[in-house]
Write a protein that binds this ligand. Structure first.
Ligand SMILES: *Cc1c(COP(=O)(O)O)cnc(C)c1O
Length: 392
């Protein structure tokens, strides 16, 4: 088990003894059910009826005209809940059901994953507890209210800094004591094995659809696939289908925050160093003593000081490239997509759009780019209003 779930030297299974049998049970169940015909059929049906798949691949004509090359958007923003998160919560929720679990727990930072889990908890009729830092509860009161509307209980975490990092630790601790009936629905393609593998699996639908849509709608594969990277789930979901297509460049965009030099950012792959957090070996934002940094960016959904192990591996191998976009560029990208296409992007995928804007004049007019629009921007309007009171 210790050697499973490795991506090169990354990932793995660095957890307290008590968690090992729990994660082994989960791993065994995942490998039992993910190829099970009944499981696959039920997941496909619910992905269509409840989540709203397949999502369109949309040619953004006016945005493309502005940047000077062809940009197609994978419209995960149109899914139930307004983001790609539902792919993962539905998949793991169904796995929980097949495992005979009746209760769900999850961590959340910005509240997006907590809400996506609360929705699925309501859908399956499972008692749901969401672990959330007290600072985040204060910052994200709308999402807290939505989770409660879906019947979930929000557990405030006082310890540490009152943010996502502490919520994960407490959720793992709670899980070890309640494993018989409880499933831990983890939010991104990181954490200990088998989560990076499980979450990747339930997000690969993004890439599989996008690749096929490119062939059908454009008649060829794209030159570049771009996605934002927080924990890494939407990016690995779209990258995974193109890994073997060596001519397709894969580019992940991290949160450069105020600036990389300010130290206030979440650009884990761009400037981090290898370490261990939340059970996995990965690039981390840490100081010389190995103390994990607080992250800071305009998009709460990218504020995580580690990153999924597969991205670490793809970075080292050179198969994918990772760069950072800064808050100001991201806010400009939010405005530009809204104005040119009538689509408000979430601030997370606005990082990917900011990168594309930075490539204006650098890529030839026939370049085809697929950008993963991982979520919609309604949740971010008040932040944008505060940071850009002059509008655009
Ligand atoms: C949560 C979130 C992200 C970041 O998470 P990943 O696991 O890196 O995908 C990105 N975009 C949106 C819209 C999100 O809600």
């Amino acid at each position: 088990m210790k050697y499973k779930g490795r991506f090169g030297d990354y990932g793995g299974f660095y957890v307290p003894e008590v968690l090992i049998p729990v994660l082994e049970e989960l791993e065994e169940a995942f490998y039992r059910f993910y190829e099970d015909e009944r499981f696959i059929a039920e997941l496909a049906q619910l992905s269509k009826d409840y989540v709203g798949r397949p999502s369109p691949l949309y040619y953004a004509r006016r945005f493309s005209k502005y940047v000077g090359f062809k940009v197609y958007l994978k419209r995960e923003d149109l899914l139930h809940g307004g983001a790609h998160k539902a792919n993962n919560t539905l998949g793991q929720g169904l796995l929980a059901k097949y495992m005979g679990k009746t209760k769900l727990i999850a961590e959340t930072g910005a509240g997006q994953h907590g809400l996506a889990t609360a929705m699925i908890g309501a859908f399956f009729g499972m008692e749901t507890k969401i672990f959330m830092g007290v600072i985040d509860i204060e910052r994200q009161s709308v999402n807290v209210h939505k989770m409660k509307l879906c019947g979930a209980e929000v557990i405030p975490i006082e310890g540490g800094t009152g943010t996502l990092k502490d919520a994960i630790n407490d959720a793992l601790r709670y899980w070890t004591a309640h494993v018989l009936d409880t499933f831990y629905l983890f939010g991104s393609a990181c954490g200990p094995h088998p989560y990076p593998t499980i979450v990747r699996h339930f997000q690969t639908c993004i890439g599989t659809e996008a690749r096929q849509q490119c062939l059908e709608q454009i008649g060829r594969l794209p030159d570049i696939v771009v996605a934002c990277v927080g924990g890494g789930s939407n990016a690995i979901g779209i990258f995974s289908a193109f890994l073997e297509d060596k001519d397709v460049r894969l580019i992940g965009i991290e949160a450069g925050g105020r600036s990389l030099s300010s130290g206030k950012h979440a650009a884990t792959l761009v400037v981090g160093r290898v370490g261990i957090l939340h059970g996995a070996k990965a690039y981390l934002l840490q100081d010389d003593e190995g103390q994990v940094h607080e992250t800071e960016s305009v998009s709460a959904g990218l504020d995580y000081p580690a990153v999924g192990p597969e991205h670490c591996f793809l970075k080292d191998s050179g198969r994918a490239e990772y760069v950072a976009a800064e808050d100001n560029e991201v806010l400009d990208a939010f405005g530009l997509l809204s104005k040119t296409e009538g689509i408000l992007p979430a601030l997370e995928p606005a990082h990917a759009l900011a990168y594309l804007i930075s490539q204006k004049g650098k890529l030839s007019a026939d370049t085809i780019v697929v950008a993963n629009l991982s979520g919609r921007g309604d949740k971010d309007v008040s932040i944008v209003e505060k940071r850009r009171p002059q509008a655009y």
